[in-house]
Design a protein around this ligand. Structure first.
Ligand code: GLN
Length: 202
């Protein structure tokens, strides 16, 4: 089985572990460097991006995660996790940093307080039919992206809510909470295709 991790500093870690295990992966929480070194791919959960950022630095995981991204380790970020994978953020709290890797600018809490949470059906051509039933919870949106980043889904107002660059995938919504497994599947196929291309380098 593919051995993958879910960054387990804060956020909806258990939901991701459950989806990954249901798909046959050998999924483990990651809180320490040794645990990061033992996985072939990493999910960054939803939660609060500024808290995950602080804890990652406190746990000595910030630079190692950046190194893993630079080394090509596949990662999938949902919501706060998408924020953490973006090179640039709007609405960051003072000192907030991201791991980066996706050449994009993401606006935190992009949907305001009235509609901070909503659900909708999204067309995601890369995943085919049926549309994705997506839950947005104080969600970010991608407002700008570079030539190497590929938008996978947008809302009717044009804001991008799923994006991919190389081995990195991010969604503004939470498939792990609506029974949607195709994004996790896509992440796992990236992990699978990377096997044999490069050995873990941490
Ligand atoms: N608003 C949160 C943040 O900025 C993200 C919300 C979520 O992950 N559900 O990190």
């Amino acid at each position: 089985a593919l051995r993958v991790g879910v960054l387990a500093l804060q956020g909806d870690v258990r939901e991701h572990l459950a989806v990954l295990r249901a798909l046959g992966a050998d999924a483990h929480p990651v809180r320490r460097l040794e645990e990061l070194s033992a996985v072939e791919g990493l999910v960054l959960p939803g939660g609060e991006s500024s808290v995950i950022d602080k804890l990652a630095r406190a746990f000595g995981l910030f630079d190692p995660i950046r190194a893993a991204i630079a080394d090509g380790m596949p990662m999938y970020g949902t919501c706060a996790g998408l924020i953490l994978l973006a090179d640039r953020i709007d609405g960051a709290i003072t000192g907030q940093r991201t791991f980066g890797g996706i050449d994009a600018r993401v606006a935190r809490n992009a949907f305001g307080s009235q509609t901070a949470s909503f659900e909708t059906d999204l067309d995601v051509p890369a995943l085919g039919e049926p549309p994705v039933h997506a839950a947005f919870i104080r969600a970010p949106a991608v407002v700008e992206w570079g030539p190497d980043a590929v938008p996978l889904a947008s809302l009717s107002d044009g804001r991008v809510v799923a994006i991919e660059q190389g081995a990195l995938l991010g969604t503004a919504f939470h498939p792990e909470s609506t029974g949607e497994t195709r994004f996790h599947d896509r992440f796992l196929s990236r992990v699978h295709s990377r096997r044999g291309i490069s050995a873990p380098a941490l």
